[in-house]
Design a protein around this ligand. Structure first.
Ligand code: E4P
Length: 219
């Protein structure tokens, strides 16, 4: 499974990239706003910086909700750097825009997916990724990982998995990452903390303490 970082914070992206296991980055308008980035020039410069740090796909979301606006914005975003994947919401205008981008060689990530039906329409329109939001479904007592599992299964049945990757988003914790792997997600986009959580085990800490103590005897 690929690991993407779900942040627009450059420090965290540098820290994650230094680990050598990060395959890409996803952002959204809320994550960009959290970094205090304002205005088109600053937004574009920020995306370029992220693309220079990470050797992988970087999702940049359109701000427009109408078709013409999405096409203009997405075309400009895609021209910023070859790593850019244009992130488009799962609406009627978004599905039309995904079809346009696919026909013009621009890769897309269809975001805000909460049902299998939405994921199938996005894949049929030519999306490179679909992003089911795991945590937000769990927040309303629905089954986020169950949705990822259903999309993976349906894509396999109908062959959409050849061109469209299932990118589990809205990952809240380390357990979600494990469950994404268990159900066969292609990608999970995660906070750095949740990825680092995969490393943690008390027996690793205890074992290392013992090795460090014993290593003193060998010096
Ligand atoms: C990523 O592509 C999504 O925008 C993100 O995972 C949403 O996560 P949230 O539900 O924590 O805001």
């Amino acid at each position: 499974m690929k690991f993407f970082l779900d942040t627009a914070n450059l420090e965290q992206i540098r820290e994650g990239a230094a680990l050598g296991i990060i395959d890409g980055v996803t952002t959204n308008p809320s994550l960009m706003a959290r970094e205090g980035i304002e205005g088109q020039e600053a937004v574009e410069a920020h995306y370029r910086r992220i693309c220079e740090i990470v050797d992988g796909d970087v999702s940049a979301e359109v701000l427009s909700t109408d078709y013409d606006g999405m096409i203009a914005e997405g075309t400009a975003l895609a021209a910023l750097h070859p790593h850019i994947v244009v992130k488009v919401p799962c609406t009627e205008a978004g599905i039309r825009a995904i079809r346009y981008f696919a026909d013009h060689g621009i890769r897309t990530n269809c975001t805000l997916i909460f049902t299998v039906g939405q994921a199938v329409l996005a894949a049929k329109a030519g999306a490179s990724y679909v992003s089911p939001f795991v945590g937000r479904l769990d927040d309303i007592s629905e089954d986020g990982i169950g949705l990822v599992s259903s999309i993976v299964e349906t894509f396999g049945t109908y062959g959409y998995d050849k061109d469209c990757q299932v990118l589990a988003a809205s990952i809240r914790h380390t357990r979600h990452i494990i469950e994404c792997m268990e159900v066969g997600a292609d990608v999970a986009t995660c906070p750095l903390k949740a990825i680092l959580g995969l490393l943690r085990h008390p027996l690793t800490d205890k074992g290392l303490e013992q090795f460090v103590r014993d290593s003193e005897k060998l010096r």
